[in-house]
Write a protein that binds this ligand. Structure first.
Ligand code: PEP
Length: 253
């Protein structure tokens, strides 16, 4: 089902105490300024997931997500965290295909297909990231790059599984740079993504798909970005580390 979602990717930030405090502050701020029909997702580092989850009152529209998961189900994979382990903590979402993981950890489309399988098998919802680099945009290849990421990463799924996927469009040149895609650039790509999904899965599935924007989205620019017909929310990095800013973003629809 298409939802308004604002997800915070805390990346490799915060100590345990800081993560606990941020989770409590988000819960308080959200209770004081509850946006209408918006789901918040907190994606802390693995060691903090349980404690962050414990801070969230039941019946709240705040969920917890992981930033990654293993491509294998279990076994001798030292240092890895399986989707089954994540699922057993009461987590709802897993971010997959973030550009930092594609670039720094050499995550390929093939690896992402395996991770996606683990996520879906364990009843988790993937937040699947796609987006072009600056060089790709300047070469006019952004539509092709994004389509390929979707086709190679997701389009093997049957409709019922695809319906569990949230897509995040994250232009690499906008992530952590302070440079945001313009509202028109975001809408152009989100509309394109929905068209590509329509061609593969049909109108009903495409209309139901939540497509988030990520890349230097903050409390000052979220309103303009979220006003677009095909922008269903945001995947937020830096601004998710401040409770007031994060909840203000969720109140920007
Ligand atoms: C991200 O890493 O997903 C992200 C969008 O980061 P930032 O908001 O800091 O650009």
């Amino acid at each position: 089902m298409r939802k308004k979602i604002v997800a915070g990717n805390w990346k490799m930030n915060l100590t345990f105490a800081e993560a606990q405090l941020l989770a409590s502050d988000v819960v308080k701020e959200f209770a004081a300024n509850t946006p209408d029909g918006v789901e918040l997702v907190l994606c802390p580092s693995f060691p903090f997931i349980m404690e962050v989850h414990a801070k969230i009152p039941s019946n709240s529209s705040i969920s917890v997500g992981a930033q990654n998961c293993a491509s294998e189900s279990a076994g001798a994979y030292t240092g890895e965290v399986s989707a089954k382990m994540i699922s057993s903590l009461g987590v709802t979402y897993v971010i997959l295909g973030h550009s930092e993981r594609r670039a720094m950890f050499h995550e390929t489309d093939e690896l992402l297909v395996k991770k996606l399988g683990q996520v879906l098998t364990n009843n988790l919802n993937p937040i699947f990231c796609c987006g072009e680099t600056l060089a790709e945009r300047e070469a006019g290849k952004h539509f092709e790059i994004i389509k390929n990421q979707l086709v190679n990463g997701l389009f093997h799924l049957a409709s019922a599984d695809f319906a569990k996927v949230v897509i995040a469009y994250e232009p690499v040149w906008a992530i952590g740079t302070g440079v945001t895609a313009s509202s028109a650039q975001a809408q152009e790509i989100h509309q394109f993504i929905r068209e590509v999904v329509t061609d593969k899965y049909g109108d009903a599935v495409a209309i139901d798909c939540s497509i988030l924007y990520g890349g230097s989205c903050n409390a000052a620019n979220a309103k303009e970005l979220f006003a677009n017909a095909d922008v269903d929310g945001g995947l937020i990095g830096g601004a998710a580390l401040k409770a007031k800013d994060f909840v203000a973003i969720a109140n920007s629809f």
